[in-house]
Design a protein around this ligand. Structure first.
Ligand code: SAM
Length: 236
């Protein structure tokens, strides 16, 4: 497929490329299930994050358990270093490559690792604990306090949840950027990165941030590699 449209609803499967992406381990089991039905078999994965060689724990029923997703890799090598303090958010954390990178680079920041998949949240908690990253808070979306304003947001978002759910999720979190803060999102070109960029620019122009401070948002493509786009959303 080489289209420019987000799928209306997607099958289980990864949002990146590669053989280990998208563990559709059972009927109705998606990496974005709250409680995956597949066996919770833990495994150890060797990864390179924030300049370090690490061992992390992964499991079936979460996104890309067998390797660092290619889109995530593109995101992590594109983004500028995160702010050293404040509240940073990884939207859709999976087993935690983005969260762990944020927390390793900014150990004094609070890193919110947000996911709807409870197995993913357990994994990211265990991975953070193993690395001594005590400022990681792995929670469901409703458990992020309303008064948290984000100093940065990084995400490999779940395109395959479908366009409506994806849009709702992005409009829930991007307006929570603090004035002057940036978000970086990686999206596969074939899964609608360019149309998502246009949609974001329109939708954010008419959004009202929860802090009530008038805002403008710029949406740019800051990188394109290996079939992925990295979009930056900058709050003015
Ligand atoms: C493409 S995966 C990325 C996982 C991880 N960040 C990585 O790079 O390997 C997207 C993640 O978003 C999660 N997700 C789906 N719907 C969500 C929602 N409404 N809010 C937060 N996370 C969600 C999925 O469970 C999945 O773990």
């Amino acid at each position: 497929m080489d289209g420019d449209a987000l799928p209306g609803a997607g099958p289980a499967g990864g949002d990146g490329l590669g053989p280990d992406v998208g563990p559709a381990d059972g009927p109705g089991d998606h990496y974005f299930s709250a409680r995956p039905a597949s066996a919770d078999e833990r495994r150890t994965l060797a990864v390179h994050l924030a300049g370090r060689d690490l061992q992390v724990e992964t499991a079936g029923g979460v996104f890309s358990p067998g390797r660092l997703d290619l889109g995530t890799e593109v995101l992590l090598r594109t983004v500028p270093d995160p702010p050293p303090s404040g509240d940073l958010l990884d939207l859709g954390c999976g087993w935690g490559p983005v969260t762990l990178t944020l927390a390793l680079l900014s150990p004094d920041a609070t890193v919110w690792a947000v996911d709807v998949n409870e197995r993913a949240l357990d994994l990211v908690r265990r991975n953070a604990a193993r690395l001594g990253l005590t400022r990681v808070r792995a929670v469901t979306p409703d458990d992020v306090p309303d008064d948290v304003a984000l100093a940065a947001l990084w995400s490999n978002p779940p395109i395959r949840v479908g366009k409506a759910a994806l849009h709702e999720m992005l409009l829930r979190w991007l307006p929570r950027l603090a004035p002057g803060a940036d978000a970086h999102l990686v999206v596969q070109r074939n899964l609608g990165a360019d149309s998502l960029q246009r949609w974001l620019a329109d939708a954010l122009a008419s959004s009202t941030p929860p802090d009530g401070v008038p805002a403008s948002f710029d949406v740019d493509r800051v990188a394109s590699a290996k079939g992925f786009r990295v979009l930056r959303v900058a709050r003015g």
